[in-house]
Design a protein around this ligand. Structure first.
Ligand code: PA5
Length: 340
């Protein structure tokens, strides 16, 4: 996938949600029963949809959603568990291991993938499988990967209104791309401006637990994978109990840091105050503080508005560094070495 393909993914993200919505997800009647919890198992670009689902479900679901990024599943998984196994390629070894364990433990499984071994195994085992379009980088397929998860919870009656919430995501992202897409020059393009702020510096992305939490993680992972540089993230209020102390010495290191604060109207009132006070503590020490606000009404639209801005920032930062955003040589190397 070339740089242009990554650009076309960014532009086309809203249409990924729109492509999955009409077909929906209809599970067989045997799936329609009570579960004690839901576990989403995946890695990297395939796991983050599980994180979004976890924080989204916290807004209304009566049972918890947890995310697993490992070969092994927690001991509590058993015949009362619903396990959603997500792998874009369908060949990620940790995820295949988790699939096998979930079967052994008697959990109910649903697979989301574009193909690979996972699709084959699910068909052989008579496990419900949602096949999504292939051919993209996993992190570029985030709309395809997340939408079925939300629709599964809606089909099971665990969440209400997912379809409406996803329609708002489409509207918000379609409006945003006019402002931050590649046709909008630097002067009016917030994403390009932030990318320039980050160039040659060390970004720290600060979000808030439960609200901009996964957007902060997405900014981090997209900057890592697209712009190929180090970046760290942390969350309020926890960071006020440790990280905030780390801005005293040494000055030279601090002068490389740009803090990006992701703000959401639903942030706890005390978290809003904490963000303001934290700004005061660090403002004369770091190179720059950038603040961005979520857009839209619903949780999903607000999340994706922050994530989409971060996606474009990471793309423009790759441009600033003269780097092709698409290849992830180190991930490919690790996977090929482990397969030998
Ligand atoms: O962005 C990436 O390529 C990775 O983070 C992958 O998503 C990760 O390695 C897991 O692969 P897959 O999504 O195919 O299961």
């Amino acid at each position: 996938m070339t740089k242009e393909k990554m650009a076309s993914y960014l532009w086309g993200l809203p249409e990924q949600f729109a492509a999955i919505l009409p077909q929906g997800v209809q599970l067989p009647p045997s799936y329609k029963r009570e579960y004690r919890h839901i576990l989403v198992s995946g890695l990297g670009g395939s796991a983050i949809g599980g994180d979004v689902l976890r924080t989204y479900a916290q807004t209304q679901a009566a049972i918890p959603v947890v995310v697993n990024r490992d070969y092994d599943l927690p001991a509590f998984i058993g015949d009362q568990s619903l396990v959603l196994v997500v792998s874009y390629s369908g060949n990620t070894e940790e995820t295949l291991g988790a699939y096998r364990q979930a079967r052994e433990k008697g959990a109910t499984l649903i697979v989301v993938t574009s193909g690979g071994k996972l699709a084959d195994w699910a068909r052989d085992d008579n496990v419900a499988v949602v096949i999504i379009p292939g051919g993209l980088s996993p992190r570029a397929a985030t709309g395809y990967l997340f939408t079925p998860l939300a629709l599964i919870l809606q089909d099971l009656g665990i969440m209400k209104g997912a379809e409406e919430d996803i329609k708002e995501v489409i509207e918000v992202l379609q409006a945003m791309r006019q402002a931050i897409g590649p046709d909008t020059p630097w002067e009016g393009n917030t994403a390009r401006q932030i990318a320039r702020d980050l160039k040659g510096r060390l970004p720290l992305i600060w979000g808030s637990t439960g609200h901009s939490e996964i957007a902060a993680l997405r900014w981090k992972t997209q900057i890592n994978e697209n712009a190929k540089c180090p970046v760290f993230y942390n969350l309020f209020p926890e960071l006020n109990h440790n990280e905030i102390v780390g801005f005293e010495v040494p000055e030279e290191i601090l002068s490389y840091i740009v803090v990006v604060m992701l703000r959401d109207p639903e942030d706890h009132i005390q978290v809003k105050k904490r963000m303001d006070i934290s700004k005061q503590i660090i403002q004369d020490k770091v190179a720059k503080i950038v603040e961005v606000d979520s857009q839209g009404q619903g949780f999903l639209a607000r999340f994706y508005s922050l994530a989409y801005l971060g996606d474009y920032v990471s793309f423009y930062l790759a441009e600033e560094y003269g780097i092709n955003p698409t290849p992830v040589a180190s991930i490919d190397f690790l996977k090929s070495e482990l397969n030998r």
